[in-house]
Ligand binder design. Structure first.
Ligand SMILES: NC(=O)c1ccc[n+]([C@@H]2O[C@H](COP(=O)([O-])OP(=O)(O)OC[C@H]3O[C@@H](n4cnc5c(N)ncnc54)[C@H](OP(=O)(O)O)[C@@H]3O)[C@@H](O)[C@H]2O)c1
Length: 333
């Protein structure tokens, strides 16, 4: 069992009369959010939401100071809950971390048992954080699309924002589940990478011009969208009969301008992906699949960087400039 030190490092976000600022600093456990499990965190990861919270460019955190990091995986040091004992390995993704409670960029933290998922057989702590919220969201989107009847025989799926963390996992996991995946990306130089993950066709977002009619020629059987805005609006016009669009991200905007035509004439459905608020039972089921039949086959290829807390700020800035690629994990301590 790991001994609990008095002071340790955490990436803290402040917003007070001295302005919005963030960086690693020394903290003690009693400064951090309460929870019935004390965790020795080993890995966290970098998600778009972390970049918004860390830089203050999006309103994510609602209490200050707060520790950043929406994801964490580590070992239990102490537990007041009978289902968890010292030495057990667990993960938490979302669940208000870095929003209303202290998050995973911290060598130690307390988490709530209601949010904790035991690391399933077949995954290491490090692999769990390479997947993190990004891979979990891709799996959640696939699960929700299939619940509405999406099936590989219906035809190809388009993944947008393809070279990002969620996009990379969506390509890998949908391919693993038997789908033909097409990738829409702004990074023409990364087409080889997208093909390695399983994409059968790569399309440059700079060359794609969506028609503006309520219904254009149907090109895909479904889509997983990380971009929102004009991209999501365009997708509604080109999805075939009874196809589904999983709306996951807003990297290109929050707007959505469409008509009812795709819904009432083609039976298209839009499904929401909220990894943050996914019920615990579904979380556990999806993590079990991510450790088995949906385990991404190119985890190490999707991992771009392993960084420390001191490298978080430049990583956030690159991500918000659309320059990030695959996944970045954070090694703690
Ligand atoms: N709903 C949920 O539960 C949930 C969970 C996780 C993430 N998200 C959201 O999903 C999105 C992707 O997250 P992520 O962690 O994968 O972020 P990421 O690694 O930064 O990936 C985003 C990708 O979107 C594309 N992109 C960036 N700016 C764009 C723009 N202005 N217009 C069009 N495309 C643009 C880029 O891919 P290309 O260069 O390849 O086009 C970029 O790599 C984010 O909006 C995030 O907030 C939602």
């Amino acid at each position: 069992m790991t001994a609990l030190p008095k002071h340790f490092q955490a990436f803290r976000i402040h917003n007070d009369s001295d302005g919005y600022r963030a960086g690693p600093e020394q903290v003690s456990l009693d400064q951090l959010s309460a929870g019935d499990i004390t965790l020795r965190a080993r890995y966290s990861s970098v998600n778009y939401k972390d970049a918004l919270a860390g830089t203050g460019k999006g309103k994510i955190a609602s209490v200050f100071p707060i520790t950043g990091g929406i994801d964490v995986a580590g070992e239990v040091v102490a537990s007041e809950h009978e289902d968890f004992k010292p030495g057990d390995q667990l993960l938490v993704t979302g669940c208000q971390q870095s929003q209303q409670r202290d998050g995973g960029y911290s060598e130690y933290l307390r988490v709530e048992s209601a949010s904790a998922i035991p690391i399933p057989d077949g995954l290491s702590l490090r692999e769990a954080m390479i997947i993190g919220t990004a891979g979990f969201s891709a799996a959640l989107g696939l699960h929700r699309m299939e619940a509405l009847g999406q099936h590989p025989d219906m035809g190809p799926i388009l993944v947008t924002g393809a070279s990002g963390g969620v996009g990379s996992f969506a390509i890998d996991i949908f391919t693993r589940a038997g789908y033909e995946v097409h990738a829409l990306s702004g990074k023409v130089d990364e087409f080889d990478y997208l093909e390695e993950l399983g994409a059968r066709q790569c399309i440059s977002r700079h060359d794609l011009h969506w028609g503006q009619k309520p219904l254009e020629k149907a090109r895909w059987a479904g889509a997983f969208d990380n971009v929102g805005g004009d991209t999501l609006s365009g997708l509604t016009r080109v999805i075939n009969y009874y196809g589904n669009i999983a709306s996951c991200g807003l990297a290109g905007g929050v707007g959505l301008h469409s008509t009812v035509m795709p819904f009432i004439l083609r039976g298209v459905s839009m499904v929401g992906v909220s990894s943050e608020n996914c019920p615990r039972e579904m979380r556990a089921k999806l993590w079990a699949r991510l450790a088995s039949d949906w385990k991404p086959s190119r985890l190490e290829r999707i991992l771009d960087k392993e960084i420390g807390m001191a490298d978080l700020m430049p990583t956030f800035n690159a991500m918000l400039e659309g320059k990030s690629f695959g996944r970045t994990i954070v090694k703690l301590g």
